[in-house]
Design a protein around this ligand. Structure first.
Ligand SMILES: [Zn+2]
Length: 70
């Protein structure tokens, strides 16, 4: 069987979250990565990284949205 893609790395990969607005909140989600709720304002950017948990927030339809091909 070839299941290399489903192997879990030994550390948590930062998550990418797609959002509709350029103002986002993050509390780290559940689990060990939780942190106090913080708000981020992307401003003129379409992507921002949470300084606590390294999650990436990408605005839908922005330049960094890989699904924006239409
Ligand atoms: Zn966070």
């Amino acid at each position: 069987m070839c299941n290399l893609m489903s192997q879990t790395p030994s550390f948590e990969q930062p998550e990418t979250v797609f959002v509709d607005d350029h103002k986002v909140s993050c509390d780290g989600g559940n689990g060990a990565l939780g942190h106090p709720l913080v708000w981020y304002e992307m401003g003129k950017d379409d992507v921002i990284e949470c300084k606590y948990c390294d999650r990436r927030f990408v605005r839908k339809g922005g330049a960094h949205d890989p699904d924006d091909e239409q």
